[in-house]
Design a protein around this ligand. Structure first.
Ligand code: MG
Length: 386
């Protein structure tokens, strides 16, 4: 997009965001349980730091790890407990258990006596301090889970979605040796979509795709994680990938490179998706014309409440949507899955990449996200302390 066009566009962006918000992300809710919900109780929040063990050492462009910290939040109200979580991948968030716990210690939920006041509560939490979207998301998810349980409805249903419209999830393969990539591609057999992390250099990237292709002919998603250096070489690579059965390309260039990215998108044979370039609602309008779509992750955008506004904004702008996650338990992944019926792509495999899940939740059946009918985000804690 040219600078002049982008400037004109930004004038209308506030109106798009206002329209998205006015539509109301949480319209319509039926009280199915017949349970009388108190509106004068106290909410008690509990915070638990946990460490998730990776099944394989996970490498993407620039980073490698065996464990990922995460933070669990539970909110109990009127004898009912809602669960939430925010993963803390070091390369994405820059937060630790300590910094996040310090932020959460500033949250005073006792001032609210009604968990249904999501807008008031989440606006208060958001304004405590800039950033900490992972911790804010954990609170947002716990509140949604609590509300769903109090009403006796799954959150996807409360949102008005049709569960059967959930897409296939992709299964992610990190950057690794040929032998490990081949092995991981074999492990991806139950999935219908494989996501390949690229972004090293042209020779290595092409070799990775060829290695994956030596095992499977399934459609691929590609995530370059900002790794490509020039618009010309990125476009050449995208053309090559489009001939290899790749369906879309995520974040080819560094997150603040907009003009070159718009140049690529204009010429790209594959839809381009913003991940690192797209954090919160305010980013969506300025990505129009730069990318074809956005990858929404709850830990980036502060949770389901804002994610729904981002979906509405993207739809108003004619952009595609994708929901992703990080290395998290079935708690945060099941929360993100509540949005999946509305999305073009879903990359919800974070719980499958860990060896010590803490929850039973959303399942992948024949490669497809399969939402259950449990109230809230549909999770049950597992009796394990590993
Ligand atoms: Mg990504």
């Amino acid at each position: 997009m040219s600078n002049i066009f982008r400037r004109d566009f930004l004038k209308t962006s506030a109106a798009v965001i206002a329209a998205a918000a006015a539509g109301g992300p949480l319209a319509g809710c039926a009280k199915k349980s017949g349970r009388t919900v108190r509106k004068d109780g106290k909410m008690v929040m509990k915070v638990t730091p946990i460490e998730l063990k990776m099944r394989h050492t996970f490498t993407i462009s620039g980073f490698s790890r065996d464990v990922t910290p995460s933070i669990l939040v539970s909110i109990t109200y009127d004898g009912v407990t809602g669960y939430g979580e925010g993963g803390l991948p070091p390369y994405m968030i820059g937060q630790t258990h300590e910094t996040v716990q310090k932020f959460l210690s500033k949250v005073d939920m006792s001032q609210f006596s009604d968990p249904f006041r999501l807008d008031d509560i989440l606006t208060y939490v958001d304004r405590i301090e800039e950033g900490f979207t992972c911790a804010k998301s954990a609170i947002d998810i716990a509140l949604h889970d609590l509300i769903g349980k109090l009403l006796g409805v799954p959150i996807w249903q409360w949102f008005g979605y049709t569960a059967s419209k959930s897409p296939n999830t992709s299964y992610t393969i990190g950057i690794d040796t040929e032998e490990v990539v081949r092995q991981k591609t074999k492990e991806a057999a139950p999935y219908n979509l494989v996501k390949v992390k690229l972004g090293i250099d042209e020779v290595t990237d092409k070799k990775l795709i060829e290695t994956v292709r030596s095992v499977t002919g399934k459609p691929l998603l590609v995530d370059a994680n900002q790794g490509w250096k020039t618009k010309e070489s990125a476009l050449d690579m995208i053309h090559w990938l489009s001939e290899c059965g790749v369906l879309m390309i995520e974040q080819p260039m560094p997150k603040t490179v907009f003009d070159d990215m718009a140049w690529i998108t204009e010429r790209s044979p594959l839809p381009t998706f913003a991940d690192e370039s797209c954090q919160r609602l305010r980013d969506v309008p300025r990505l129009h014309g730069v990318f074809n779509g956005i990858n929404i992750k709850l830990i980036k955008c502060s949770g389901l409440y804002e994610a729904r506004k981002m979906i509405a904004a993207a739809e108003a702008l004619g952009m595609k949507t994708m929901v992703g996650c990080t290395t998290e338990t079935s708690c945060a992944v099941s929360a993100a899955a509540q949005l999946s019926p509305q999305m073009d792509f879903a990359d919800l495999d974070g719980n499958l990449l860990i060896a010590n899940d803490r929850f039973d939740g959303m399942k992948i059946v024949d490669g497809k996200i399969t939402l259950n009918d449990r109230p809230g985000i549909g999770v049950v804690p597992l009796k394990t302390e590993n």
